[in-house]
Design a protein around this ligand. Structure first.
Ligand code: PMP
Length: 365
């Protein structure tokens, strides 16, 4: 018998070999979803109606994004050529990094922040320059400014940021853009609707500013995967070369106009979350749980050494929350998404009983 032929699989790029697979803790989420900062209830009923009317024939066509891009551009107040729709903001980040980052470049970002910046950057040949926030997790403006070098190519700022819900001011963001004219300043406004402040009005005026928004949060369309990237035409031209023309599917495109039209529903949901956040923060304060001030639809809380047990106890009580302990500077911290007032009221008994167990005031049930 001939010797077994030694097979060797083709090797990926060295950078990819060094990457870890990122698995967000989804799975078995049949509970109150206070773990992924989604809309916890539903999208607009007008979107549901449109989805129900999509014909089988319509699905046979490739999606055409331009007409919908024009509608979205008008809605956010930019020119159609300044805006690209993407398969979630994740694709916007991925494509932006692929477009601009090469060997020797630096991606500058404050940490802790949204995980996918590091994931996509680590697949490029750029270096990640992470500026650690202080213990209050406030925006580390001065230190970011000081970390800008001639190699800085992208500065990625989530505003509000996750997991703390902290914000940068307009002046701070503009100062970064001005100090690094050779770099793209990405302002990721995923949680814009809960914060109410934006740099979208400066798109096209500030030559290196790019703004991202998602439809996964306030609009409640995380399952459809819809985001947008808006920037000067000169930058967006390069982005479009890398972006797939079909990455936003036709169901998502059909749902965007009714989602944008139903401002009443959006305003209701955002108002509900902001009221619920205030109520829930008051409960945390009475319970003696340290929390970080948030301008988004989540609150970061200090649980301490028993964070894993707390998350498990909450889950057993029907409430999913997100352990952020492994984020830089976040040991013992847990992030809780804010839903409607009614949902947050349902979460309160789970919070109290889980705290009582980890504080040794009550036995496990
Ligand atoms: N940016 C930030 C700051 C986020 O927190 C998230 C989602 N958790 C995203 C982007 C991703 O948004 P999308 O669902 O549109 O990919």
């Amino acid at each position: 018998m001939a010797d077994a032929v030694k097979t060797q699989n083709p090797a990926p790029r060295v950078r990819v070999q060094a990457m870890k697979e990122y698995h967000p803790p989804l799975g078995c989420r049949d509970a109150l979803r206070l773990d992924f900062n989604e809309n916890t209830l539903a999208c607009s009923p007008k979107v549901r109606d449109v989805l129900g009317q999509i014909s089988a024939g319509a699905l046979t066509r490739y999606p055409e994004r331009e007409p919908v891009e024009a509608i979205v551009a008008a809605h956010v107040g930019v020119k159609a050529e300044q805006l690209a729709l993407t398969n979630g903001v994740d694709e916007a980040i991925h494509v932006l990094f692929e477009t601009f980052l090469e060997a020797g470049d630096e991606l500058l970002l404050p940490v802790p922040t949204y995980t996918m910046y590091e994931v996509y950057a680590s697949a490029t040949d750029a270096r990640i320059v992470a500026v650690q926030a202080a213990e209050d997790l406030a925006f580390p403006f001065e230190r970011l400014l000081a970390a800008i070098t001639p190699r800085t190519k992208i500065i990625a700022i989530a505003n509000p940021n996750s997991p703390a819900g902290s914000v940068a001011t307009r002046e701070q963001l503009l100062a970064l853009a001005e100090r690094a004219p050779h770099a793209v300043l990405l302002v990721d406004e995923a949680y814009y609707h809960f914060h109410g402040e934006t740099l979208m009005d400066l798109v096209g005026t500030v030559p290196n500013l790019v703004v991202a928004r998602t439809f996964s949060k306030a609009y409640g369309l995380a399952g459809l995967r819809l985001g947008l990237l808006a920037g000067p035409v000169e930058l967006m031209r390069w982005v479009r070369r890398v972006l797939s023309p079909y990455s936003v599917n036709s169901l998502a495109l059909a749902c965007l106009p009714p989602a944008l039209d139903d401002t009443e529903y959006l305003d209701w949901y955002v108002g509900e979350v902001l009221t619920a956040r205030g109520e829930f923060e008051a409960v945390l304060d009475v319970a003696g749980v340290r929390r970080w001030p948030s301008r988004a639809n989540f609150v970061l809380v200090e649980i301490g050494a028993k964070h894993e047990e707390f998350v498990r106890l909450m889950r057993d009580a029907g409430v999913l929350v997100r352990d952020r302990s492994s984020d830089p500077g976040c040991d013992g911290l847990v992030r809780i998404t804010i839903g409607t007032r009614e949902q947050m009221r349902q979460a309160i008994p789970a919070l109290h009983s889980s705290l009582a167990v980890i504080r040794g005031e009550r036995d496990k049930q």
